[in-house]
Each structure stands twice: as structure tokens, then as C-alpha cells.
Write a protein that binds this ligand. Structure first.
Ligand code: FES
Length: 114
């Protein structure tokens, strides 16, 4: 049985980040997002990742750094090797792989926030 290893950058703003390594079963045709969802369902449900359409490349919410290059987790193929996943570097980090992607004037604010 082949496996894929996902090295995922974890953390929240204001804390030291860390890397967690997860190994999942690999089947040809799976996406990186499939691998992260498998991690969440079988190993660590606290891994934060944003997605909506799952594999249509329509919502654009799953954009992350994959091996140092910007890509959509739902359309990038999982490979039977170690793959390094990070949040987008030019966006505000929310947690783990999730960054703030809404335009500033479209963000919800708490009363008193600017
Ligand atoms: S989950 Fe919608 S584009 Fe990737």
C-alpha cells in the first residue's frame, strides 16, 4: 500500500508555529485536499483548512502553498511522497492553512472593530 506524507504548517497568529507530519494512504487521482480531509477525519480533526466546492476549482477557497508554490489543494494531485503544505504568505493568517481571503470591505467585524 502506497502512502503520502503531508508536512503541514500549524499555528495561529502570535504563537510560534510548528510542523506536523501526517501519513495517509495514497490512491492515484486523489487531491491534496483529499489527503488533508483524510487527516482531519482519521488523525487530527483540529487541522484547519478552508474549502467549499471540494474539487471544482470554483470557490478558490483552498488556495495554499504546496511545496512552496501557490496552488489549489482541490486540484493539485496528491503524490506518494512528502508534500509540504503552508498557508498563503501574503495573507493574514487565521489558523494552520487558513488565511483571510475576503476583501477588507467584505469582512465581518465585531462591534468596536475597525
Ligand atoms: S475547494 Fe473550491 S476551488 Fe478548491
Amino acid at each position: 500500500m502506497e502512502t503520502a506524507t503531508l508536512l503541514i504548517q500549524r499555528g495561529v497568529p502570535g504563537e510560534d508555529g510548528r510542523w506536523d507530519r501526517f501519513t495517509v494512504t495514497y490512491e492515484p487521482g486523489q487531491s491534496v485536499l483529499d489527503g488533508v480531509r483524510l487527516v482531519r477525519s482519521t488523525q487530527d480533526a483540529s487541522v484547519a483548512v478552508r474549502y467549499s466546492c471540494i474539487n471544482a476549482n470554483a470557490c478558490k477557497e483552498c488556495m495554499i502553498l504546496i511545496d512552496g508554490k501557490v496552488g489549489y489543494a482541490c486540484t493539485t494531485r496528491l503524490e506518494p511522497r512528502e508534500m509540504r503544505l503552508q498557508p498563503l504568505p501574503n495573507k493574514i493568517l487565521v489558523r494552520d492553512l487558513v488565511t483571510e481571503i475576503a476583501a477588507p470591505d467584505e469582512r465581518l467585524t465585531v462591534s468596536g472593530d475597525q
